[in-house]
Design a protein around this ligand. Structure first.
Ligand code: HEM
Length: 384
């Protein structure tokens, strides 16, 4: 063996070993979005390949019931457990409705939000498959409800493999009620200053409760704040829709199901602290009396109508984006999400990744609340 060939085989061995350690330490729940074709080939070959099962059916018994029960005790998070920007999913994980480590399949998430909060089947499927398509691992069928806190072998992790619901701009977005904008460095942790404002607004507009009146004022306030302070503020679809929808969730899902007219009654601040900060159900907590996706988003929007748009040149340069979906064109929410957002993340998928994209896009379309007839299904990757 010449010195040259010894050197070459040593080099080959080292690169094989380093590629093995890169792939074998790639968490099976990390998103594959943005990986190069070579990286994809390497990682996909190593990952367990799962055929995404059909979504779980709606609940058989869909009335109210005790959900903070003996089978679902709250437990503090352990080292390595993942939590993220969604107080609903965080709570379900901390009570064991979801795997306590914060990594779940779409089916587990749909089952958990139905069982633990009586979220309507279509809403549950729509939100879950949307999130999974942009933030999940489409080969292993796993989604992290936050970021990626386990070792990846790459430090810091490249943005492409950060994965999970913490990923900014594809689902998670700006002007959240209790989480800061990504621009300020942390888009997913409970933010005490913002929560103080949540309490202040609940006192001022809801008599100490977060109800529809509070939601209306606080949503407007958070949008104005982001326009004035975040040079990268983006309020285009899908964030345009999720922001108004999520504003309805605290009085819809975090108020005991035995209370009537929960949108008017609202959420008290002790229980708000438990859900938002501690990921914890109140004692003796019952879920809503019927499946619901939340009501009032359009009312909240209509009180202070705002166009979908973004700050285009620093703070206070909010400019409408006519290409974004808004309440006047809901179908565009679906078509843009599929043809721009998902296709942008996965321009040329092949093999099992393409197959699973097609299957998940089908599940997502079937959940689309705009009605299948009115909005033609899109097939950016063809059919199976
Ligand atoms: C169905 C699956 C769900 C997914 C994939 C999901 C995902 C998310 C994500 C990514 C965010 C962050 C958005 C942002 O503010 O930037 C969020 C926020 C939120 N989620 Fe969920 N969520 C789901 C179900 C639920 C449920 C069942 C509840 C209530 C029980 C809930 C309550 C909320 C609330 C209140 C916020 C707003 C937090 C804030 O603005 O501070 N979500 N969710």
């Amino acid at each position: 063996m010449t010195l040259n060939s010894t050197f070459l085989s040593l080099f080959a061995l080292i690169s094989l070993l380093s590629s093995l350690s890169a792939t074998s330490s790639f968490p099976s729940y990390s998103s594959l979005a943005g990986l190069s074709e070579r990286e994809l080939d390497e990682v996909v070959a190593w990952l367990p390949q799962v055929l995404p099962p059909s979504p779980p059916p709606p609940l058989k018994f869909n009335g109210t019931k005790l959900v903070n029960d003996r089978d679902h005790p709250w437990k503090p998070i352990r080292k390595g457990d993942i939590r993220g920007p969604c107080p609903g999913l965080n709570t379900l994980a901390s009570h064991g409705y979801l795997p306590r480590d914060g990594v779940a399949t779409p089916s587990q998430i749909i089952e958990a939000v139905q069982e633990g909060f009586n979220m309507a089947s279509a809403t549950a499927r729509f939100a879950t498959y949307a999130a999974h398509l942009v933030d999940g691992n489409l080969v292993t069928d796993l989604l992290s409800i936050g970021g990626k806190t386990r070792r990846t072998g790459v430090d810091p992790p490249p943005p492409a493999i950060v994965g999970g619901l913490n990923t900014h701009s594809v689902f998670e977005g700006d002007s959240s009620m209790t989480r800061g904008d990504d621009f300020f460095g942390d888009n997913h942790s409970f933010n005490q200053t913002l929560f103080d404002q949540f309490v202040e607004y609940s006192n001022k507009y809801g008599g100490g409760f977060y109800n529809l009146a509070t939601a209306t004022e606080l949503r407007h306030r958070r949008i104005q704040e982001s326009i004035a302070t975040n040079p990268q503020f983006d309020f285009t679809s899908p964030r345009f829709f999720t922001a108004f929808a999520e504003s309805t969730f605290p009085y819809t899902f975090f108020v005991d199901g035995r209370i009537s007219d929960r949108a008017t009654a609202g959420l008290d601040m002790t229980n708000a602290t438990l859900f938002f900060r501690d990921s914890k159900y109140p004692l003796d907590f019952w879920r809503p009396p019927a499946p619901t996706g939340g009501t009032g988003a359009l009312q909240i929007f209509s009180a202070y109508p705002v166009a979908a748009g973004r700050n285009v040149d620093g703070v206070n340069t909010f400019t409408p984006d006519p290409t974004s979906a808004d309440f006047s064109n809901i179908c565009l929410l679906y078509t843009n999400f599929v043809n721009k957002t998902v296709k942008g993340l996965y321009p040329n998928p092949t093999g099992v990744l393409r197959r699973n994209l097609i299957i998940n896009l089908g599940y997502f379309y079937n959940a689309f609340p705009g009605g299948v007839g009115e909005c033609p299904e899109q097939f950016p990757y063809g059919t199976l």
